[in-house]
Design a protein around this ligand. Structure first.
Ligand code: PLP
Length: 375
């Protein structure tokens, strides 16, 4: 099988699996306990947090570990909106965990506003200015799209947001950007940033939320007061230490590859075909490619590819049950194209020969299907 659905999840790296085995087995102690072996575990956790924070341009006090990025995003929305006063501004290219959090606020009567996308599928400064005002309490703009890989300039967008309301809280979902493109949150005005372990070689069920120093948000999960009372529940020690190690390895590996070069090579196979559309402008992480085939069904192309040993996605794996694609629609992709959308997503460990073989299979499948439909 050639696996090209890395935006949905990645294969866990050995360091992540080894950490789980170590901290579930030999070093199983509760980091909150007072005896020596537990204190060793606590130390290891603190060290891993420090290493992890550096990847974000943060310090360890700014990191809260969660059970997944969905929890991080929910926490940001539930706890980041101070006094629940003012309007909330969200981009039209968010993952379901942000979109549904915003819709929950809307159902409680909060004025939720969506920022339209330009045709290339990202948020411009102008669009943010149009939607935001001095009463905006919270802004959420995804860093890199899980649908298209397009990057939002969150450093500039957070500056713009603070220039309109200095008290606004700026959140970004960084799941598809983390370890793939440079991030230095300390140099930006981003207040909250969500990431997930299983997208970067860590285990499923581990996430993190960056909370800028000085921002006091209420805990979403209360109880025993772990993580300085910011997220209760005994820490998933092996998962967290494995997350830190995997993320470091993933980041180093990502630095060694030219993801956009690989992405462009895939695109070149489809160029000159007026029935194939690349969604996005090219300001991309390089790890995700969204293609739409006019008049075809993405699902059928993906099934044909699977029969020949290639696994690709249709869009967000968390929302395959949703028929229409909210993000492509917001980009203005015509329905005749949007229904024929597939998502190819690589990792730093995807080999070039795998990409070559898979691209041929996908193109052949689409051509065969087109012939069958058009007779
Ligand atoms: N945000 C984005 C952009 C994602 O791609 C995903 C997963 O698909 C999530 C959030 C949710 O991550 P998790 O599976 O850790 O809850």
């Amino acid at each position: 099988m050639i696996y090209l659905d890395n935006a949905a999840t990645t294969k866990a790296l050995d360091v992540a699996i080894e950490s789980l085995v170590t901290y579930a087995g030999e070093k199983f102690y509760n980091p909150s306990a007072g005896y020596a072996p537990a204190l060793e575990v606590k130390k290891a956790l603190a060290l891993a947090t420090e290493e992890f924070a550096q990847l974000l341009g943060a310090v360890k006090e700014e990191i809260i570990f969660t059970s997944c990025a969905t929890e991080s995003n929910n926490t940001a929305f539930e706890c980041g909106i101070k006094n629940k006063k003012g309007n909330v501004v969200v981009s039209s290219m968010e993952h379901a965990s942000v979109y549904e959090s915003a819709m929950k606020l809307k159902s409680r009567g909060v004025d939720v506003r969506f920022i339209p996308l330009n045709k290339d599928g990202f948020v411009t400064e102008e669009a943010l200015r149009e939607v935001m005002d001095a009463n905006t309490a919270f802004v959420s703009i995804i860093h890199a799209s899980n649908e298209t890989g397009e990057i939002n300039d969150i450093a500039t967008l957070s500056e713009v947001a603070k220039s309109i309301n200095p008290k606004v809280i700026f959140h970004s979902d960084g799941v598809q950007a983390f370890c793939k493109i440079p991030i230095d949150l300390g140099l930006t005005k981003v207040d909250l940033y969500s990431v997930s372990a299983h997208k970067v070689g860590g285990l499923k069920g581990v996430g993190a939320l960056y909370v800028k120093k000085g921002l006091n948000i209420q805990p979403f999960i209360v109880g025993g007061g772990q993580q300085n009372n910011r997220r209760s529940g005994t820490e998933n020690v092996g998962g967290i230490i494995g997350f830190a190690k995997a993320a470091c390895e993933y980041r180093e590996s990502a630095k060694r590859i030219d993801a956009n070069g690989l992405r462009n090579r895939i695109i070149s196979k489809f160029s000159g075909k007026d029935w194939v559309k690349v969604n996005g402008s090219g300001n991309n992480t390089g790890y995700v490619l969204s293609l739409s085939f006019k008049g075809l069904k993405g699902e059928v192309i993906a099934n044909m590819a699977q029969e020949q040993g290639v696994l690709i996605g249709l869009g967000s794996a968390c929302s395959t049950h949703v028929k229409s694609n909210r993000v492509l629609e917001a980009m203005g992709v015509d329905k005749s194209f949007a229904n024929g959308s597939i998502r190819i997503s690589i990792s730093p460990f995807t080999r070039e020969d795998e990409i070559q073989i898979a691209t041929d299979i996908i193109l052949n499948s689409a051509e065969k299907l087109k012939e069958k439909i058009n007779g």
